[in-house]
Every structure is written in C-alpha cells, then in structure tokens.
Design a protein around this ligand. Structure first.
Ligand SMILES: NC(=O)c1ccc[n+]([C@@H]2O[C@H](COP(=O)([O-])OP(=O)(O)OC[C@H]3O[C@@H](n4cnc5c(N)ncnc54)[C@H](OP(=O)(O)O)[C@@H]3O)[C@@H](O)[C@H]2O)c1
Length: 446
C-alpha cells in the first residue's frame, strides 16, 4: 500500500513529488497504450537514466502486454491503482474528453504532474486544469496536443515569453495538408486524395474532424489560450471544410500567384476580442505556408516587438508526438518550476471579422447578364472586383470562372454572397476563400 492511500480524503495531495523514485528518477505512469502510448513507452524506457516507467494503464490491458516493456512495470486497467502509486508524473494518452479530463483532474488534485497529448480536453478545459495544477504546485504540460512534434508551446512559454504576441497562424492539420498538396502537385481529385490519406493512416475512417476543420479548431483554441491569453470555446471559432475545394481552384489560385492550404489563424483585438477561423485559404506561393508539404505542420507567431517567428515539422505520428510527450516529462524530471502564466481571459468575444481579399468561384448556366448581376451586388456592398478569370478547356455547359475581390470586410462579403447565392443561375454552389495577404484571413460562409 502506498503512503497516499493511507491519507484520508477524496484526493490526497502530496507535495514535492519529483525525483523521489529509485536513484532519484522521476516516476511515471502512462495511460493509453495506443499509437502514441506505445512510442512514448519506448522513449521512456530509453530515458531510463532520468525516468522510471512504473505503470501502464489500458482497458482490457492483458491484450496490450508486450515483451519489450521492462518486467517491473505494472500493467493495469484501474486508474485508482495508478493514482494510488507513488508517481511523479501521470501521462494521459487515451484521447477523448471522458474519462481523460476526470483522470487529469484527479491526478492534479493529488499534486501529481500531468503530461497529455489531448487537444479536446485542453482546448475545452485547459484554463481550469491549469488553475488546478497551479493550486497544487504541479505541472500540466501539453506540448503534444498542438502540432505533434513541433515544440511550439514551449517556444511560446519560454523563447517568446519576452514579447507581446498578437497573432498565431498556421497549418495545424497534417491530413488536410497531405490532401491539398496531393491535389496541387499531382492533380489528384479530393475524394482520391482523401482515400490515399486514409490508406496511409493519416485520416480516420470518419475524416470530418480533419477535413471540416474541427481538429485544427481545437488546436487553435489552445494556441490562442497560450499565445494570446484568451480562452475561447473551440466551437466559437468558425470553420469551413476543405471538401469543396476542387482541382480547378488550384489552377485559378496559381493564376493569382497562390496555392491553397487549410489555414488556422487567431488574432487578438484589444483585450476583449479574439478574431479567429479555420478553413481553406489562398496562400501566396512565396509564403512559407505554401512550401509546407504532405503531413507537415507549420506555426507562425507574430509578436509586437520580435515580428514573425515560424516553427515547422512533423505534426503527428506516434514517434514525433511521443518526443513531445517525453520532452515534457524531462522538463518536469529536471526540476523546472511549473510555468507561470497570465490568467487566460475567458469572457472575450470571438469573431471572424477582418478585411481581406477574397477568391470566389462560380459555375453558372450559359446565359448573358450574369457578370453584370454579380457586379451590381458587389457594388451595392462597396466591394471592388479585382479580376474575373476564366480558364479555357471546360464544356460550355459547365464552365467555372472566378472573381477575385479587393480586401473587404468579411461581413460585407458574406452579405453579398448570401444575396448572390439566391440567384437561379448557379449550377454548382459558389466557393469563397479568403486570400492571405500578410494579415489574418477573414472567414466567409459560402
Ligand atoms: N496519433 C497521433 O499522431 C497523435 C498526434 C498528436 C496527438 N495525439 C493525441 O494523442 C492521444 C492518443 O492518440 P493515439 O493516436 O495514440 O490514440 P489510440 O491509438 O486510439 O490509443 C489510445 C489508447 O488508449 C486506450 N483507451 C482509450 N480509452 C480508454 C479508456 N477509457 N480506458 C483505458 N484505456 C483507454 C485505447 O485502448 P483500445 O486499444 O481498447 O482502443 C488505446 O490503446 C489523443 O489525445 C490524440 O489526440 C495523437
């Protein structure tokens, strides 16, 4: 029986937990022996000079046992047994909100530091869990929850701590980036690129979390909390799907000197507004975002004093994500003090209002007067048309063309597109995308 289980009360708190195991090593329990958990267990064993893996938890644990894990490690399916052991760090890698959030809270309440890769939990409950960690003088670290192996959280916490950060933008979902670069470079249709991503294990059988933007939305909410000090409910961040992007959009984007990427961006407007969104966006070919290939991630952070700093690398996969997990464990094992963060503002308004240029693709019936009708609606909302382009080689019955718009407020563009969408000449629903012009792209609903 451990000392902790002798202490009365619901969640006995133990202070000064780190480095009290055998030979002063940090004692770690790991929950979730899946893709990331298995990689993390291997790396933890490799770090045996500093870290002692004492327990592995998984449901129906017997089917999970492997012979390469040290014989002294306890395999269990009981969270009570794990938290009752004298451990310094609890690693949560089961995913999903429940029971993960409860387990993290219970560990923190006992003064056990937590390392997690769980974006869903941190995006929704991160601020209150950080409060719990601070109240119990322990760590809550979640580098792996955003951009996998790219150490962006730690860069914000330490390397950029001296700046006043104003904007984060980037490619946070490797599956979408894989699909869009496949469409761009090989002319693959969206459905085929998605099937390939699934076959390679990048995309889930139900890919909505990735392609509809919800995965990036949760990661962006975490970045907004850490970098911009605003805690926004992830669902308040507008998302658009990449599923409506077509091969022809890459042809037109290139004529405008751009390509297409799923971009997540968030910007702080004063103290009480977060301007944020996720969706397919035209990106200038010379931007570092255009050079991000396959399943890689890239995060760019804008500071008031230091300007733009960019971080890139492997955003997912068992090994890269496990590196982020072990790095968080080692930070704790090496005796760092828990990060002191300014309290994230919870009552901020979340909007997607910004003024940017737009790309709008139309596929309409073949009849005169359509351009005049579009122009009059855009003029009514004081939106200037920059160019109208039509590529050759399409049948007259279904000939897509695009209209590029000068920078305009997203509210005006949305209102104009709602009016245009009601016309009877559309053969295919319009597709509107913001164009990244050095500022954050605004969100459009069409
Ligand atoms: N995979 C990546 O590339 C990646 C990248 C960044 C972050 N992450 C995050 O890392 C976490 C783990 O992801 P993963 O890809 O490793 O998932 P995974 O392969 O599905 O592994 C999860 C493991 O946890 C176990 N588990 C799930 N619910 C449980 C419960 N209630 N009680 C006990 N065990 C439970 C599962 O057991 P079963 O075998 O019974 O299902 C499985 O072994 C998630 O939060 C994910 O978002 C993953």
């Amino acid at each position: 029986m451990s000392l902790q289980s002798l202490v009365p009360g619901p969640e006995p708190k133990v202070t000064s937990r780190v480095s009290t195991g055998a030979e002063g090593r940090c004692r770690v329990a790991l929950a979730g022996f899946g893709t990331v958990g298995r990689s993390a267990a291997r790396l933890l064993q490799d770090a045996a000079r500093e870290v002692e893996l004492v327990a592995i938890l998984n449901r129906d644990v017997d089917r999970k046992r492997v012979d390469w894990v040290d014989g002294a490690v306890r395999w269990t399916d009981s969270i009570e047994e794990v938290l009752d052991r004298p451990i310094d760090v609890f690693i949560e890698l089961i995913g999903g909100r429940s029971p993960a959030e409860d387990w993290i809270r219970r560990a923190l309440a006992r003064g056990i530091s937590v390392v997690t890769a769980n974006k869903q939990v941190i995006a929704r409950d991160g601020a209150s869990l950080l409060d719990a960690a601070a109240a119990n003088d322990c760590h809550l670290r979640f580098e792996a929850a955003v951009a996998g192996g790219v150490p962006v959280i730690r860069a914000i916490e330490s390397g950029l701590a001296g700046d006043r950060l104003t904007r984060v933008a980037g490619i946070l979902n490797g599956t979408c980036n894989y699909i869009l670069t496949k469409m761009e470079r090989e002319g693959t249709a969206f459905a085929d690129a998605l099937r390939e991503a699934q076959a390679l294990g990048y995309a889930e059988a139900n890919p909505s979390q990735d392609i509809d933007g919800f995965d990036a939305q949760a990661k962006l909410a975490i970045l907004a909390m850490v970098a911009l000090g605003i805690q926004a409910p992830p669902d308040a961040i507008a998302t658009r799907s990449i599923a409506t992007v077509d091969g022809v959009d890459f042809r037109y984007a290139r004529r405008l000197g751009c390509t297409i990427r799923q971009i997540a961006w968030a910007e702080r407007n004063g103290d009480l507004e977060l301007c944020a969104g996720v969706g397919p966006t035209l990106v200038p070919l010379e931007s570092p975002l255009a050079a991000v290939n396959g399943s890689e991630n890239l995060v760019s952070i804008q500071g008031r004093f230091g300007g733009e700093t960019t971080f890139g690398g492997r955003g997912a996969g068992g090994d890269p994500t496990a590196v982020a997990v072990l790095s968080d464990v080692l930070t704790i094992a090496r005796g760092a003090r828990p990060a002191v963060r300014p309290r994230a503002e919870r009552s901020a308004r979340v909007s997607s209002d910004a003024a940017t240029p737009y790309y709008v693709r139309f596929t309409v019936v073949d009849r005169p007067g359509i351009i005049a009708a579009l122009a009059s609606v855009f003029a009514k909302y004081e939106i200037n048309i920059d160019a109208i382009l039509q590529e050759p080689g399409f049948p007259a019955s279904q000939r897509p063309f695009i209209v590029s718009l000068d920078a305009a407020p997203s509210a005006a563009v949305n209102a104009a597109l709602a009016e245009i969408g009601a016309f009877d000449f559309h053969l295919v629903p319009m597709l509107a995308m913001p164009v990244l012009d050095g500022r954050a792209p605004a969100e459009v609903t069409a």
